[in-house]
Design a protein. Structure first.
Length: 232
């Protein structure tokens, strides 16, 4: 499905507005960890379910799906098997992104769904514009820019962090984290802890830090787990 082009600023503003509007309706100030399920069910008035979507839809690598007419968001229950709250919550926020950004553009029937107006999210489609937009919305919703900047400043200082080296030059045990690529998960963990982002994965946070220009990696070596971790 083709969707209109949206800038990062436009997507970020929509996520920011969702938080503000949710606060007014829910009656409390929303701080990290962002209560995505509460926003889905209480503010947006959508149903949230967990199911074996691969079996239900007859498709591989289905992470989540949003049915517009039925006002239903469904997340693949297999994400619970990864023991990662971060992955599950990010997928919920991703589906919220589809609801906010794309529900008015959904018209054609899904490939395997009997109901028109469904967005089926598969890992293989991650690079498509519609999926990138929903991913970026999820990042903005779960990790609001000002909250991330404040946490980074309190945890790591006011200067942009540049990772010049891949390996740490520091030997021995120390509470100091050498700013290098192999220590990316420690850097992300420090920001998550300082800002209260307890439902965000370290992988999501390190990507967010780069998007916001708080962390720069000129080495060309990707900051990611060598294999999907059982817990992150």
């Amino acid at each position: 499905m083709k969707v209109p082009w949206l800038s990062r600023d436009q997507i970020g503003k929509k996520a920011e507005n969702l938080i503000k509007n949710s606060e007014s309706m829910l009656g409390y100030t929303i701080e990290p960890p962002i209560p995505v399920e509460d926003i889905i069910e209480r503010y947006l008035g959508l149903r949230l379910a967990y199911d074996d979507l691969e079996k239900a839809l007859g498709m591989k690598e289905v992470l989540g799906a949003t049915w517009v007419k039925s006002r239903l968001i469904c997340v693949n229950e297999k994400l619970f098997e990864c023991s990662s709250e971060g992955r599950m919550v990010f997928t919920c926020a991703h589906e919220v992104g589809h609801w906010i950004l794309h529900r008015k553009h959904v018209g054609a029937p899904a490939r395997t769904s009997a109901e028109p107006g469904a967005v089926i999210c598969r890992a293989a489609d991650a690079r498509k514009p519609i999926e990138w937009q929903a991913d970026y919305f999820a990042a903005c919703l779960l990790m609001p820019e000002e909250k991330v900047r404040t946490a980074f400043r309190q945890a790591l200082g006011t200067e942009q962090m540049v990772l010049e080296n891949v390996k740490s030059a520091f030997q021995g045990t120390s509470v100091c984290v050498d700013p290098c690529v192999e220590n990316w998960h420690f850097i992300a963990a420090m920001v998550c802890e300082e800002g209260g982002f307890s439902n965000c994965s370290k992988q999501a946070m390190i990507i967010r830090l780069q998007e916001l220009g708080l962390l720069v990696n000129p080495t060309g070596v990707q900051m990611a787990w060598s294999r999907p971790p059982a817990m992150d």
